[in-house]
Design a protein around this ligand. Structure first.
Ligand code: OOG
Ligand code: MG
Length: 262
């Protein structure tokens, strides 16, 4: 069900997208529209996506979020969500990330996959596995547009699941070459270990995020396209970063992903 008019959806999309583009935090949308529901929230997110595509931005992929206990506990919300990744979110491995473009960034260690076929929900694990071309290590930089990084589920869905930047590692693997549930990750900030985890933290198996994503998209008659990059969700809690911080995440068998915030 929707609770607001298309005009309000467009207005809230502009409100949240300009906060992103101008790196400014804003009051959460449910403060002014307390009755907004999930469908409204995804309508707003899709309107933000259309605004970017109309401006010439390309879609890089999709992400699932709040797929691990650690993330749900940290953010105080219990349901997985999805968002989209724009091409300009990507930063090179080993490079610098400007904090002047961001509000209050946090980093997440994630397992990414790239699809070789379109995947249409409802689907099962077998179909999702068959649609995956390869696996990559990834770090997502999230940056909620809401004050103090505090939100409810409706607000964060509308805000494109806090999507902001991502960095991919260059070492890919086939699904048969890595055991995703037991794949260990070690996150270091300025040379000290700050988070540890393994792939199973994400819905017992990170490919379950792909199933969930396909099934959530199917509710809107949308699909995961062929060649899509999918971030399956933070394995551990997210870690706040500021200018001067160096992040290095090691992935068992997949090398490491590093970046410096300036
Ligand atoms: C929402 C996005 C969560 C993840 O990997 O769980 C997310 C947030 O925590 O701001 O990207
Ligand atoms: Mg994430």
């Amino acid at each position: 069900m929707t609770t607001v008019s298309p005009e309000v959806v467009a207005e809230l999309a502009a409100y949240l997208e300009s906060a992103e583009l101008e790196a400014r935090d804003v009051v959460k949308i449910t403060d002014n529209y307390p009755d907004l529901d999930f469908e409204d929230a995804y309508d707003i997110q899709w309107a933000i996506r259309r605004r970017k595509l109309e401006r010439g931005t390309h879609l890089a992929g999709l992400k699932a979020g709040l797929t691990s206990r650690a993330k749900m506990k940290q953010m105080g919300v219990e349901t997985p969500i999805y968002g989209f990744l724009a091409d300009y979110f990507e930063r090179p491995e080993g490079g610098e990330i400007a904090t002047s473009d961001l509000i209050h960034p946090k980093v997440e260690a994630e397992i990414a996959v790239v699809t070789k076929y379109e995947l249409r929900g409802p689907c099962h694990m077998g179909q999702a596995l068959a649609a995956i071309d390869f696996v990559l290590p990834a770090v997502e930089i999230i940056d909620s547009r809401y004050e103090n990084f505090r939100f409810d589920l409706v607000s964060v869905i509308a805000d494109n699941a806090s999507s902001s930047r991502f960095v991919l590692g260059g070492r890919m693997a086939g699904l048969g070459d890595v055991d995703l549930p037991t794949l260990g990750v070690v996150m270091e900030k300025n040379g000290e270990i700050v988070q540890l985890g393994a792939g199973a933290a994400v819905l017992n198996h990170p490919v379950n995020s792909v199933v969930l994503l396909a099934n959530m998209l199917a509710e809107r008659d949308e699909v995961i396209p062929e060649g899509a990059l999918i971030l399956t969700g933070g394995i551990t809690a997210a870690v706040a970063v500021a200018a001067g911080d160096a992040i290095n995440v090691r992935y068992q068998g997949l090398g490491s992903v590093s970046m410096r915030f300036v």
